[in-house]
Ligand binder design. Structure first.
Ligand code: OGA
Ligand code: MN
Length: 229
């Protein structure tokens, strides 16, 4: 295992969470910082929702961020380098923990002044595929009075706070999506991050399983090259 990851993996193994600064190459963090602001200016962000996929609702008092999913096919510069880094991290975690991670998904998140995210778990009931959560903070300067700390609570005891983490530039937090209750405290200025999950499902299998009895083509767009469309 690469030495740089040793403290991170040790934390993940013994506590279910870990935080580390300067894990990513500085130019990659800078590119993501620029990409997040670019995507915001382009109007790519949308309001995050809670509830089931069938009944999404927006409730600012529970979850206040606006988000923009990174699209691996239409990558903004900077996201490509990050995705390569995340793929390597996935490989290392699989080797180290035998997690069977198969893919990852990430979005930029922006909380406006005064907003946060109430205590929650990232792994939702009936959806066991999110295994490891990752947050990378993209705020150039951030101090205590700016608020917006990530609050971690004890596994199995959501009343016991175990750590507050300031969302400082380049800082990475990893935690078990099924284990760690957490919250984002209201921030006093806009708060930016890249947040995502390493998962054990595969997109292709999902597509097939989601429509087992239908006549829908489970491989849309997968027409063999040269064949008449
Ligand atoms: C989330 C989340 C934490 C953070 O988006 O699910 O908990 O510090 N984010 O932004
Ligand atoms: Mn969360």
């Amino acid at each position: 295992m690469a030495d740089a990851y040793e403290p991170l993996f040790h934390g993940l193994e013994t506590h279910g969470w870990a935080v580390q600064d300067q894990l990513l190459p500085a130019p990659v963090v800078m590119q993501l910082y620029l990409a997040s602001r670019y995507a915001w200016r382009q109007g790519f962000f949308h309001e995050a929702q809670i509830g089931s996929p069938d009944h999404p609702i927006r409730n600012l008092s529970i979850r206040g961020d606006t988000i923009h999913w990174l699209d691996q096919n239409n990558a903004i510069q900077g996201c490509v380098a990050f995705q390569r880094w995340a793929d390597n991290l996935q490989l290392l975690m699989n080797r180290h923990f035998f997690l069977g991670l198969r893919r990852s998904e990430f979005h930029f998140a922006r909380y406006d002044k005064g907003l946060g995210y109430r205590q929650h778990m990232d792994q939702h009931r009936g959806q066991p595929h999110r295994k490891i959560s990752l947050v990378l903070y993209l705020n150039r300067t951030w101090h205590q009075p700016d608020g917006g700390e990530l609050c971690l609570y004890a596994p199995g005891d959501k009343t016991r706070e175990i750590r507050r983490i300031l969302p400082q530039f380049g800082r990475v937090v990893l935690f078990r999506s099924d284990l760690i209750p957490h919250a984002v405290l209201p921030c006093n200025r806009p708060r930016w991050s890249l947040t995502g999950w390493f998962r054990t499902d595969s997109l292709l299998l999902d597509t097939i399983v989601a429509s087992p009895a239908s006549n829908d083509d489970p491989f849309p767009g997968a027409t063999p090259s040269g064949a008449a469309a």
